[in-house]
Design a protein around this ligand. Structure first.
Ligand code: ADP
Ligand code: MG
Length: 706
């Protein structure tokens, strides 16, 4: 869908093109016209079927039902006027432009066109009756409209009886054409009520009525309620969409419960128990609880589909290790995937440290591991000699076949792309018994999203940090204070602490990104001549990255200048200060992830956000949220508020899978209603339920499963 959340095509800026007379607009014919430019343009926008057009909703409305007498026009007002052209000439002083004097019985108005064609001069020739619409401005020679919409009309041409909808469209698809196409599609589209009327909340129109009201609102329709989507017609649309979405989640859940998985049960003195006993720390109560939740799932003969969420630093890795130990203790292999090589390597070291002494062989597969080393690993995985495989998405490449995969763990799952998730699912489904799946994320799912996209996902939450952590203090400084910040870095280093200095990813330009980090590295090396300053960025060869990282982890290197490659999961407890340069360029979730790299040891930690003004309102809101709270759940809530759910979670970031009409931040009440109704509808009216899902989600089912 091209307009999942926002219109794919922005409304056209006001143009001096004449409004095409509605009557002369081409009729969208179905077969013969297949290749005409507007039809192709419609297809490009995903407007293929009648229902697609019926659901292609106006961005806004213009009121062409009234004519304002020119004598009553006020500055700043957007109005429609009708009059006779008095005079039309090209002015060449200054910028070349067409200046048209229009008059009605009450007064006069100037129309000013900065771009124009000979055809416009013809339409606007003296003596022509013309209807024009635009914003009125007070000019030197009286009132005027710059770039109005206009067209020639017969003097007694009737006014439209409905508000005129303005649709998201493209240059090849004129509004008038699209309007016609929508109107005829609306009459044909299968919009009949699918639900027993008694189940529709009181006050909501049928879908057909709702769409009619949205596409053809009467002259006195409340434009504001239509545009801000609070109108009952909108409520109906959103409610039905949410209901369909809830139903499809329930169906997916039911389908999953039919799949078979190995039941992975523990024996008293097995691997998990030995790992537990060998850990250098006691689990927090929250870790203990989620381990139990996961174990209960693993013990069932249906595949687990669970998300483990816990704020950065809450200790998810050890929970993953215990889950892996349960699987391996029961005789099944486990795969652990991380989104970056740095993180995968860190997990590998940690898991080898914990599990090798207990006799587990751990394999290691990443993109940079090639040739003989790789084939040896692949062989160990295929034979079952390696019980645990750690790596990046290389773990799911097609040449990797597991002997007996019982559990797949995906760390920082929201960082994986759609394709990678689908590949993983396929890998999992390839076995006769499907493996269990544990996903981990520090980005908690807001409640509303959990209820919609993740309704079929079990969630475990670690809501407690390991003991002894001091909360991170976050300070926001303008870049002008850089000198002070460098002094602060020096102090911290003198106290034997470690420091991260993070440089932003300059949009779409890895090259600039690099320059930025390199320049900062040089600047800090010069300012701190007796310090070993490291540099880490995405373009470095893997071996060099690993070498730098191990110097920093080992505490030899005290100051690390890095791009966002350190964003997820990196765990260096000795680091207590993080400076984030150009913090205004980062997203909120990303800032929170970055900040989570400090505050991992007992030392009081500080995060300094340096920004370069002027700040946009959302940039300001983000920095403020960071300064005000350390709580990942609160950050997620504010993030959702600031940028909407559109980009929230990995695969679902693709607009395809998202709700088109409902807004999770606003439509909580509708969501509740849909959620309550869905199970009952599925039980009592399964056919209606199926038809509704079909209507709304046919094309998206695959994504929702991923
Ligand atoms: P995250 O949830 O962000 O992935 P990690 O698993 O990296 O967090 O854990 C953060 C740090 O806390 C690690 O150094 C880990 O060894 C340590 N840790 C985890 N659990 C505990 C615990 N119960 N007590 C003390 N330290 C712990
Ligand atoms: Mg982690």
């Amino acid at each position: 869908m091209p307009d999942a959340l926002a219109p794919a095509v922005p409304p056209k800026p006001p143009q001096p093109a004449p409004m095409p007379a509605t009557a002369s607009a081409p009729r969208p014919k179905r077969a013969a016209d297949q290749t005409s430019a507007p039809v192709r343009a419609m297809h490009k926008l995903g407007l293929l079927r009648d229902i697609d057009l019926a659901l292609h909703l106006p961005l806004r409305y213009v009121d062409e039902t009234r004519i304002t007498p020119m004598g009553q026009l006020r500055d700043g007002q957007t109005a429609q006027v009708q009059g006779v052209v008095q005079d039309c000439r090209i002015e060449t002083r200054g910028r070349r432009q067409l200046v048209v004097r229009l008059a009605d019985t009450s007064g006069e108005l100037v129309l000013r066109l900065l771009h124009f064609y000979p055809s416009h001069q013809k339409t606007l020739a003296a003596g022509q009756p013309v209807r024009a619409r635009g914003e009125v401005r007070g000019g030197f020679f009286g009132r005027e409209m710059v770039h109005p919409e206009f067209r020639a009309v017969a003097p007694d041409a009737p006014l439209p009886l409905a508000l005129t909808p303005v649709y998201p469209s493209s240059a090849q698809l004129p509004q008038a054409y699209l309007r016609k196409a929508v109107q005829s599609a609306l009459a044909r589209a299968p919009l009949d009520e699918l639900l027993p009327p008694a189940l529709v909340p009181a006050g909501l129109p049928t879908l057909r009525e709702a769409l009619q009201a949205l596409h053809q609102p009467g002259p006195s329709a409340p434009i504001a309620a239509l545009e801000d989507r609070s109108h009952p017609a909108w409520q109906r649309l959103k409610w039905e969409e949410l209901l369909a979405q809830q139903l499809s989640q329930l169906q997916a859940q039911a389908a999953r419960s039919l799949l078979a998985a190995p039941a992975l049960r523990r024996s008293p003195a097995d691997l998990a128990a030995r790992l537990h006993a060998a850990l250098p720390f006691a689990l927090t109560a929250a870790q203990q609880r989620v381990v139990e939740e996961i174990e209960a799932d693993l013990g069932r003969p249906q595949p687990m589909h669970r998300l483990l969420q816990g704020d950065v630093g809450s200790g998810k890795t050890v929970v993953a290790a215990l889950a892996a130990a349960v699987a391996m203790g029961a005789g099944w292999q486990c795969a652990l995937m991380a989104p970056t090589e740095i993180l995968a390597e860190q997990h590998f070291r940690k898991l080898v440290g914990w599990l090798q002494p207990l006799g587990v062989t751990v394999a290691w597969l990443t993109g940079s591991r090639k040739g003989r080393a790789r084939s040896a690993m692949v062989e160990q995985v295929a034979s079952g000699a390696a019980m645990l495989v750690v790596g990046t998405h290389a773990v799911i490449q097609h040449d990797v076949a597991f002997a007996r995969l019982g559990l797949a763990i995906v760390d920082e799952q929201h960082r994986f792309g759609v394709a990678q998730r689908l590949a993983l699912r396929q890998k999992l489904e390839a076995q006769r018994l499907e493996p269990h799946l544990l996903m981990m994320s520090a980005t908690p799912i807001p409640r509303t999203l959990a209820m919609t996209y993740f309704a079929d996902l079990a969630v475990s939450t670690i809501d407690e940090l390991p003991p002894g952590r001091t909360p991170i203090v976050t300070k926001v400084f303008a870049d002008g204070k850089r000198g002070q910040v460098v002094a602060r870095v020096r102090d911290e280093l003198q106290r034997g602490r470690q420091v991260y200095w993070v440089c932003p990813l300059v949009e779409e330009s890895e090259h600039l990104d690099l320059q930025n980090a390199t320049a900062t590295h040089a600047e800090l090396s010069a300012a701190l001549p007796d310090t070993l300053v490291g540099l880490l960025h995405g373009r470095m060869p893997q071996a060099e990255k690993a070498a730098v990282m191990s110097l920093f982890t080992g505490g030899v290197m005290k100051l690390l200048v890095a791009t966002t490659v350190i964003e997820v999961g990196v765990d260096v407890p000795g680091a207590s200060l993080m400076v984030i340069e150009h913090a205004e360029r980062f997203g909120l979730a990303q800032l929170h992830q970055l900040r989570g790299r400090v505050g991992r040891g007992a030392a009081a930690s500080v995060c300094v956000l340096l920004y370069t003004g002027p700040l946009s309102p959302t940039g300001k809101a983000r920095l403020q949220a960071m300064a005000e709270t350390n709580d990942g759940f609160e950050i997620a809530r504010r993030d959702l508020e600031i940028r909407g759910p559109g980009e929230f979670m990995g695969a679902r970031q693709s607009g395809d899978a998202l709700l088109r009409f409902a807004d999770l931040a606003q439509d909580d009440a509708l969501l509740q209603q849909a959620r309550e109704l869905a199970p009952r509808l599925l039980r009592e009216h399964p056919r209606a339920a199926q038809a509704l899902v079909q209507r709304w989600l046919a094309a998206r089912a695959d994504y929702l499963k991923a």
